[in-house]
Design a binder for this molecule. Structure first.
Ligand SMILES: [Zn+2]
Length: 436
């Protein structure tokens, strides 16, 4: 599919897409670097073999790209990794010598939620081939895992994610062993997870991105994302997220026309009136694990009812803004991570039986206001997190939230009116849960 001969129809499709997604169709005229998604007007996503071929081609074309396999799945598939470095620092030790942040972009941990793979391949192309975005690799080493759950990726069906609006066929959530990798970070049962943790330990990425698609509720946002900065997150990381990362990402992504909000769930899928709330992510999840390791983690969740092309674009734009934020202030990220590491090491050197350790995080009734289109919703704000350890308990402020009943009644009318992205024949799913 990648290098197929062009027909008049294909040229027309490329030209049409170029007008809609100029950033994703680099050099549309005569371009042989279109991704499978771009080549099919976002009806298809690349197979494993097509993905590997595209990665190898990137590495074969650009001196800035290295391609390798960092693990093997139970069904024998290699787990792909792209390293993008203008210094050709393709190993952890070489990358450390550059004194530049390492950013890890991970896609397809849930293989049916594959927007991030298409967005990442297009992004790497735009950095190293068209070089339209070459500055994004100027002050960072960028690692891209196009597909983490490689076996699940090849278990394709139109019905694997029945409510998801494209591509035509998609992969499966769990691995060939039936394991959900995004619940496996602590127990590490899956060979894929052990390979990922090995990669994490060797590269020690300074910023970690994990891309998904939502599972349920219908709402106007095309992309939700969460960067943990409360509760158990190391203070230097929380400070970097709140002071540097979020203020740079959020306005920039909204300027590009996206409707964004922090990732949330319905409190009760069967009763919208109970409102919405943020989720607390323990370290068996990617973002909880990254927080535990003292790293800022961006959990990306595009909205499943939006068309595949819209979702890929949202992921692409968000990845661009994340890398732009790193590019603009690389020293701030490095300082935050090094400070978090130093604090963790210092704590490990002193036995303090009175030191609280967070074992459980709970939402409280505190709230904040968030926008819901032209209106506002009243959210409750978390007032405390209980920390328990060595027989002590302390309260720690955080910012979880949930929606009040009155506001949800307005939200419900909007939810039911927003059906334009719903595939034909789909029943109302506004009451289904929005887990990743
Ligand atoms: Zn997911």
């Amino acid at each position: 599919m990648i290098n197929r001969p062009r027909s008049k129809t294909a040229i027309f499709v490329v030209a049409s897409l170029a007008s809609v997604f100029p950033g994703l169709t680099a050099r549309a005229s005569g371009d042989t670097w279109q991704t499978v998604a771009e080549n099919t007007a976002y009806r298809k996503t690349s197979t494993y073999d097509e993905t590997i071929a595209y990665c190898r081609r990137l590495a074969g074309t650009s001196l800035w790209v290295s391609f390798s396999l960092f693990g093997t799945s139970p069904q024998g598939r290699g787990m792909p990794l792209l390293v993008i470095s203008r210094d050709r620092a393709f190993t952890p030790s070489a990358a450390r010598k550059t004194n530049k942040p390492v950013v890890l972009i991970q896609n397809g941990i849930h293989a049916g939620e594959i927007d991030g793979k298409e967005a990442s391949l297009a992004l790497v192309r735009d950095i190293v081939v068209s070089k339209r975005l070459e500055h994004l690799a100027r002050h960072a080493t960028v690692l891209v895992i196009p597909i983490l759950n490689v076996d699940g990726h090849e278990r394709t069906s139109p019905y694997n994610r029945i409510n998801q609006n494209g591509p035509d066929e998609m992969g499966w959530r769990a691995t060939a062993q039936g394991l959900n990798l995004n619940r496996d970070y602590m127990k590490a049962d899956a060979p894929e997870m052990r390979a990922l943790l090995g990669l994490f330990n060797s590269w020690k990425p300074d910023l970690y991105v994990d891309t998904h698609v939502t599972d349920g509720a219908d709402f106007q946002y095309d992309v939700l994302y969460t960067i943990e900065s409360t509760g158990y997150v190391a203070a230097p990381i929380a400070e970097y997220v709140d002071r540097v990362l979020q203020p740079m990402i959020r306005p920039a992504i909204e300027r590009k026309g996206h409707i964004v909000e922090s990732y949330f769930n319905l409190r009760d899928p069967a009763d919208l009136a109970k409102g919405i709330e943020r989720q607390v992510f323990p370290p068996r999840f990617s973002n909880g694990y990254g927080a535990l390791r003292g790293r800022p983690v961006v959990l990306v969740e595009t909205h499943m009812f939006k068309p595949f092309g819209v979702r890929v674009r949202a992921t692409y734009d968000l990845l661009v803004e994340i890398l732009s934020a790193v590019e603009a202030r690389p020293g701030d990220l490095l300082a935050a991570v090094r400070s978090a590491d130093a604090e963790a090491i210092a704590r490990g050197r002193v036995v303090d039986p009175t030191r609280p350790v967070p074992l459980r995080l709970e939402l409280t009734d505190a709230n904040r206001i968030v926008r819901f289109r032209e209106r506002t919703l009243q959210f409750s704000r978390v007032k405390s997190v209980e920390r328990a350890g060595s027989g002590t308990a302390k309260r720690h402020r955080t910012s979880k939230f949930r929606c009040t009943t009155r506001s949800v009644s307005r939200a419900r009318s909007l939810l039911h009116s927003r059906t334009s992205f719903r595939p034909s024949g789909m029943t109302s799913s506004a009451a289904s849960r929005s887990t990743d």
